[in-house]
Design a protein around this ligand. Sequence first.
Ligand code: PLP
Length: 211
Amino acid sequence: MADAVHDAGRVGESVELVAVGKTFGPESILPALEAGHTVFGENRVQEAMSKWPDLKAQYPDVELHLIGPLQSNKAADAVGLFDVIETVDRPKIARVLAKEMKRQNRKVKLFVQVNTGAEPQKSGILPTDTDQFVELCHNDIGIEIAGLMCIPPLDEEPALHFALLAKLAKRNQIESLSMGMSNDFETAIAFGATHIRVGSAIFGERTEKIA
Ligand SMILES: *Cc1c(COP(=O)(O)O)cnc(C)c1O
């Protein structure tokens, strides 16, 4: 990471490492917490609910990111547990999150997931709908969008997708860019990532195969 930040000429800018602990139990995550790492990601609400309330009680400085799809019926749990939700991807969930944050009197940072490859099986707002969706969130729903997030198609050059996400963010005056995983985080940093989401390069290969 440090080399990539340096090579990109971004010295002095901070890039957050979101350590993705999905499928790994507390015993695998604890060493990272003990070493002082504070930013973590999970992609399933239910799995996160089973391990993070205890870990957060022990390590109150943790900033937990939801990086997987969110169903409306899990929004209350998600708002209660996560500090950043990176996967806002439709008006309905944006409205439910707005309501839940008000009800729980809790402010969660929100990113919009953009389906940069327009893949039918992938969640996210289409690039062509992103400006309008961000405007809807800001002006109509009354939530602030702090970042954009993407997961590029597996079989395409990620740089094209990172460049597109950066362009969309700039155009909408959005500061945070969550892009890049174990295999392509250096490229993401070169294209302006403020958050990279890295799992297997930290915790090892996952035995359970999930999205
Ligand atoms: C699992 C996951 C990651 C981390 O993937 P690695 O290849 O293990 O680094 C990043 N982002 C999302 C959305 C994920 O689900």
